[in-house]
Unconditional design. Structure first.
Ligand SMILES: [Zn+2]
Length: 193
């Protein structure tokens, strides 16, 4: 199942930029391609609206505001993807962009590895990775950090649950506080904060 599922039903609007509030909600304030968040990238200003099927392939001007073809994208992914679009012959060979609204691209076509690199599984994954440059260093760093933070969050959630359960018994809290301190020290050490 795809990560992004459209729930909004906007009215027909004049310009593709007018759909931005709807797209922000449908894409949960994340880039459709690299999946980075507005919170991580410093806000909405870092995001643009991508025509999944590029404008130069349109047969009529009306297609420019077709909501289903508009994708919320960080500026970098949008710029790299640009006007690239495969020919019918390439599509027949599986060389096409993975569609983050129709398939789980990070499962079906590409897999993240613990060191932040990507394993490409299909021709579609290769084409997508190559043209959006999903293997660029900033995205490798994002994926590594995401994995680290997921593990830290798991540990913190575990500690929180234990502390909540044991609030009535202060003696049993000592090892949990020690474990919490260990996690905090590790964050301080690795990020120099
Ligand atoms: Zn992106």
């Amino acid at each position: 199942m795809s990560l992004f599922v459209r729930k909004e039903s906007p009215p027909r609007l004049d310009h593709h930029q007018d759909y931005r509030p709807f797209l922000r909600r449908d894409f949960c304030c994340r880039c459709a391609y690299c999946e980075r968040t507005e919170a991580f990238l410093g806000g909405e200003e870092s995001f643009e609206i991508d025509h999944f099927k590029p404008v130069h392939t349109f047969e009529s001007a009306g297609q420019a505001t077709y909501y289903e073809n508009l994708y919320y994208s960080c500026a970098k992914c949008n710029r790299y993807k640009g006007g690239v679009w495969p020919s019918p012959r390439m599509v027949a060979q599986g060389l096409r962009f993975a569609d983050p609204c129709r398939e789980d691209m990070y499962q079906e076509h590409i897999r993240e590895t613990p060191d932040g690199t990507l394993n490409v599984l299909t021709s579609c994954g290769r084409y997508t990775c190559q043209h959006i440059r999903l293997d660029r260093p900033s995205l490798m760093a994002w994926r590594r950090m995401k994995l680290e933070k997921a593990e830290e969050r798991r540990q913190l959630e575990q500690l929180k649950s234990m502390l909540e359960l044991e609030l009535s018994n202060p003696e049993q809290m000592r090892p949990n506080v020690a474990a919490l301190n260990a996690v905090i020290s590790d964050i301080k050490r690795r990020f120099a904060i």
